[in-house]
Each structure stands twice: as structure tokens, then as C-alpha cells.
Design a protein around this ligand. Structure first.
Ligand code: ZN
Length: 237
């Protein structure tokens, strides 16, 4: 049975709605979310409510942690910091409490899921190279680890980096899958990204969906969030 794995929504409601429309049309019943539901975007409350309602598992991301006042935002860049402070003010008490309750990891016999890195899920390291991926492989015993955080969809095996749209896993191999970003893609493709994991086929597929990004753009401008956060949505950087 296929599972949709989403991450890094960042308060982008138009992108999230588009992703859920696809999930419904494909009759995918299970949805997991790897965190960063809020931060950067103009609709944090709506996104938290939608994710809470529809996702079976939701993990803590660094921007969620910042939005509830737990993460040190000194290391955030200026735009992220401004948006984190804005999000803190916007979040309803119920959504704040919900975000605060999120776990950092989820695992079973088949997979591990974290927002950032398997080695230290609370330290928000980025897995950005083959070398780093190889080191991170020591941190889990399952064949698969799903991560988000970098907003770039790709798959690492011990030896190789895969950037293609879909991949059939080999039984004896171990993989780290970065599921990409729903609400702020950074791989040069402005379309929203989600990952479909098929347990029976033992495969993953990255799905890209165009959404009404001009609408999100206008909302960011209206909310007086940094303009850079609107501009980057148009090109996916
Ligand atoms: Zn993120």
C-alpha cells in the first residue's frame, strides 16, 4: 500500500491543498509528515490544522520548534528569524500546544523518519553530501530512513546519489530518502514536492505539482513577511 510522505510545508496553504488533492485523487490512505509545517509562509494555523487532521504521523521540524519558542533562532538567517517571530505571534494556542507535542522521530522495523539527521534528530544537521549520508547510515538499522530539512528531493545509498524521479530499492541496500519540500522547494523546480513510498514494490517516487504560487506570493507580501520569502517561491530556490 502506498504511503505519501510530505515535509517542509512552511505555512504554504496553496501548496498543501494541492498536495492533498493529489493524495485524495490517488486514493492514498496514509500520509506521514516530517515536520516544518510552519515558518516562512503566511498560513501557519491553516497548515497545522490540515496536517493534524490528515496525517497519521507528524514529526517536529526546526521551524516548528522555533515557532513554539523552543529552538534557538540566533542561528537562523535574518529572513527565517523574522518569519519565526511572526509565526509565534500568529499561532493559536491550540496549534502552539499541538506543535509542542510533536515527536522528533518515528521508527518501526522497516524505516526511520526524522526531520533533519538520523544521528542527532534534535540538532538539525543537514545531510548534504554522499560522505555525510554514509556517516548517517550508521545511525539506523532499518533499510530506509526518510528525512526532509534541505528542501531538495533525492536518495542516497551507501555508494551513490540518485536524483531521478523514481527508484526501485534493492533488498540488500540501505537508503536515505530526502522527500523534498511541499511549500518551499529549493532545487530549481518551483513545483510542490511530495514522495510516494510503495512498501509492496519497495520503491519511491517524487511527485511534482504546480500550485497557485502567485496567491501565496501575494499573501506573503500582505503579511509583510520578507519579500525574499515570496520571490524564492517563484523559482524554487
Ligand atoms: Zn524546512
Amino acid at each position: 500500500m502506498p504511503i505519501a510522505i510530505i515535509s517542509d510545508i512552511h505555512g504554504n496553504l496553496e501548496a498543501l491543498q494541492t498536495v492533498f488533492r493529489f493524495i485524495e485523487a490517488q486514493k492514498i490512505e496514509k500520509v506521514y509528515c516530517l515536520g516544518d509545517v510552519v515558518g516562512y509562509g503566511p498560513n501557519p494555523n491553516e497548515c497545522v490544522e490540515m496536517v493534524r487532521q490528515r496525517c497519521e504521523i507528524v514529526l517536529m521540524g526546526n521551524h516548528d520548534y522555533a515557532a513554539v519558542g523552543k529552538a534557538n533562532i540566533d542561528y537562523f538567517n535574518q529572513f527565517a528569524r523574522e518569519a519565526a517571530l511572526w509565526t509565534r505571534k500568529e499561532l493559536s494556542q491550540a496549534n502552539h500546544d499541538y506543535l509542542l507535542s510533536l515527536p522528533f522521530t518515528h521508527q518501526n522495523d522497516d524505516l526511520l523518519m526524522v526531520h533533519a539527521s538520523p544521528t542527532n534528530p534534535k540538532h538539525w544537521y543537514y545531510v548534504l553530501s554522499q560522505n555525510e549520508a554514509q556517516m548517517e547510515m550508521h545511525a539506523f538499522s532499518q533499510p530506509l530512513c526518510f528525512i526532509g530539512h534541505s528542501h531538495v528531493p533525492l536518495v542516497y545509498s551507501r555508494e551513490k546519489l540518485f536524483k531521478q524521479e523514481s527508484l526501485l530499492f534493492e533488498q540488500s541496500q540501505k537508503y536515505i530518502v530526502n522527500v523534498g519540500s511541499v511549500g518551499q522547494p529549493r532545487d530549481g523546480d518551483a513545483r510542490s514536492c511530495l514522495t510516494v513510498y510503495d512498501q509492496d514494490e519497495h520503491s519511491v517516487r517524487f511527485v511534482r505539482l504546480a500550485y497557485e504560487k502567485e496567491k501565496t506570493y501575494k499573501k506573503i507580501v500582505k503579511a509583510k513577511l520578507p519579500l525574499f520569502l515570496a520571490d524564492r517561491l517563484l523559482k524554487g530556490y
